[in-house]
Design a protein around this ligand. Sequence first.
Ligand code: NAD
Length: 255
Amino acid sequence: MKIDGSTLFVTGGGSGLGAACARHFVGLGGKVLIADVQEEASRAVANELGKNARFVRTDVTDAASVQSALDTAKKEFGPVRVAINCAGIIGAGRVVGKEGPYDLASFSRTIHVNLIGTFNVIRLAAAEMSKSDADSEKERGVIINTASVAAFEGQIGQAAYSASKGGVVSMTLPIARELARFGVRVVTIAPGVFETAMMAGMPPDQQLALGAQVPFPARLGRASEFAFLAQQIVENQMLNGTTIRLDGALRLSPK
Ligand SMILES: NC(=O)c1ccc[n+]([C@@H]2O[C@H](COP(=O)([O-])OP(=O)(O)OC[C@H]3O[C@@H](n4cnc5c(N)ncnc54)[C@H](O)[C@@H]3O)[C@@H](O)[C@H]2O)c1
């Protein structure tokens, strides 16, 4: 899929990996709708990027909210060709903690944002893509999801997060198989540990220690490195129905 002149829909685009994608794709000539619940930071990213970026406050868990943001993207920039799911939350806690069993509402919230929110964007974006004209390569769209290496080796305290990201990994192939007839590809990225707001919540010594666990390069990933892989996924038509680990060979330890 050609990026220059195409419309991209980036959830979680106000921060971290999503903001890096917004910057990267506008730099490549794309037009980016930033869909995020966080207003101030998202507006700042959109303002920084100028006329080819627009922010619409969007909650990925809400059907009407996502549809309305997709409609705005279409009206302002043209039909959405690429949807990048970066919205996500952490949700950590032990199954049996000091204060008793893990709160069920917290577990549901993590699944709701990370898994159901991702599916909500996929289904609505794919419906739009399936109605648009195919390009010269018979392609109508590309959907990129963000899982995590925690989908494969979740740590103690990551039951909810790992379950939500495991769901994203598992639905990638069946959705790619189904959407193939429309010329829509679906690929998931499973990042290791990246330097973003999500990580900034962690004490600096813990961040350093996490980075040091990465075999090579022994550091946290840069958000720009995530955006660079997203570019390759958009441009390389043979990438479909798979999850790509982006982790410097990191395999998370139990804790
Ligand atoms: N940073 C890492 O090391 C890392 C590792 C593996 C996976 N991930 C995943 O990458 C994605 C991006 O993470 P990040 O590190 O950039 O985090 P981040 O906190 O910097 O950005 C996440 C963004 O998602 C938005 N968001 C949260 N709930 C939302 C909702 N309901 N609707 C719309 N937007 C919502 C937030 O407002 C925020 O702007 C997440 O799915 C995260 O789980 C991150």
